[in-house]
Design a protein around this ligand. Structure first.
Ligand code: GDP
Length: 325
């Protein structure tokens, strides 16, 4: 019997159309709860009055706050305005509306980019605000840190049961395969697929290939979120990851094996490396009783299969092609 039951509750996944929100939707189908949904066309979470009105009308009892403007290193670096404003607005509006509507429990999803650029590895939760942020994602990180702090402040002042989790780099079905907006896993899958199809001799990797990253399959991340919603409460936020990392070069090699591309890797050093290493200390999460299941090889296989089904053969279909430009 878990400490907090979702059974019979009205649950809102803010951001349910996104990669993480979709995985949470799949996962919550097993939990005997009622999902409420706010179609994006009807509710802009950057509008405070609209967000509050929607929440007061729909009265969710549980909220997973997975809505965010997300993107890879290039998108973060070149669009600082929306990465800061949209994410601050979404976090503050949803958290405040949840307080006003008397939501029983809320989970705010942050990101491992909240941590200082240079910090001991693996990164424990205690590293927050102990040093300067990585400049390529500082805008997004500041918004996520504000969200954590708002949950903590509302716990203290209003006794709201609002918790936060910090997932590592996530990937999987529903990811953004746009090369300028997306993260490294979908970008490399798409590039390797296209290189293999066109029999290109090389595949270009951004940066030096030496940065280290940790990757968690999105359905595992959703499972961890549901587990923590049910079994954890407290002011401290919790890292969510595998605790294992690899270099971007090693990742690229693994993607090439998955896709069947046999050419050479080249490195575009004019592109940023970002954080040199970013591996989470997941001992708190493991101590609570959760561990990941889908390893990188299996996760890449499933993600590539999803890409092939949804995009790779879409070149003849302009409507589909538009969504990935
Ligand atoms: P980050 O974890 O916030 O830095 O976000 P990304 O997933 O966008 O990038 C991770 C690392 O992969 C960085 O060092 C990038 O330079 C590197 N990388 C290599 N090739 C690519 C690519 O094609 N797209 C992206 N987004 N990153 C790449």
């Amino acid at each position: 019997m878990s400490a907090f039951s979702l059974a019979g509750k009205r649950v809102w996944i803010a951001g349910d159309r996104g990669m993480v929100g979709s995985a949470l939707t799949r996962r919550l189908e097993n939990e005997n709860c009622t999902l409420v949904s706010a179609p994006r066309a009807r509710l802009d979470l950057r509008r405070q009055a609209d967000t509050e009105a929607w929440m007061m009308a729909e009265r969710p009892q549980v909220v997973f706050l997975a809505a965010a403007l997300v993107g890879g290193i290039h998108a973060n670096d070149t669009q600082p305005g929306p990465f800061l404003y949209d994410n601050l607005a979404i976090a503050t509006n949803v958290i405040e509306a949840a307080r006003l509507a008397g939501v029983e429990k809320l989970m705010f999803l942050g990101s491992s980019c909240i941590y200082p650029r240079i910090t001991p590895q693996p990164i424990s939760e205690a590293a927050l605000l102990t040093g300067p942020l990585e400049p390529t994602n500082a805008w997004y990180a500041v918004a996520k840190i504000a969200g954590i702090k708002l949950c903590q402040a509302y716990r203290r002042q209003y006794a709201c049961d609002f918790i936060s989790v910090m997932p590592t780099n996530l990937y999987g079905p529903g990811d953004n395969f746009d090369l300028s907006q997306g993260h490294v896993v979908p970008a490399l899958i798409r590039k390797a697929h296209e290189a293999q199809r066109s029999k290109a001799p090389t595949l270009e990797i951004w940066g030096s290939g030496t940065p280290r990253r940790e990757f968690l399959y999105v359905d595992d991340a959703a499972d961890a979120c549901v587990f923590l919603m049910q079994n954890y409460t407290g002011e401290d936020f919790i890292n969510v990851g595998t605790g294992e990392d690899l270099t971007i070069r090693e990742l690229a090699e693994q993607v090439c094996r998955t896709v069947g591309f046999e050419g050479q890797l080249t490195f575009d050093r004019s592109k940023p490396d970002g954080m040199l290493e970013k591996r989470l200390d997941v001992s708190r999460l493991n101590g609570l009783g959760w561990r990941y299941r889908v390893d990188l090889a299996e996760g890449l296989k499933r993600t590539y299969a999803w890409y092939c089904q949804n995009f790779a053969d879409a070149s003849a279909d302009p409507a589909r092609r538009r969504t990935m430009q």
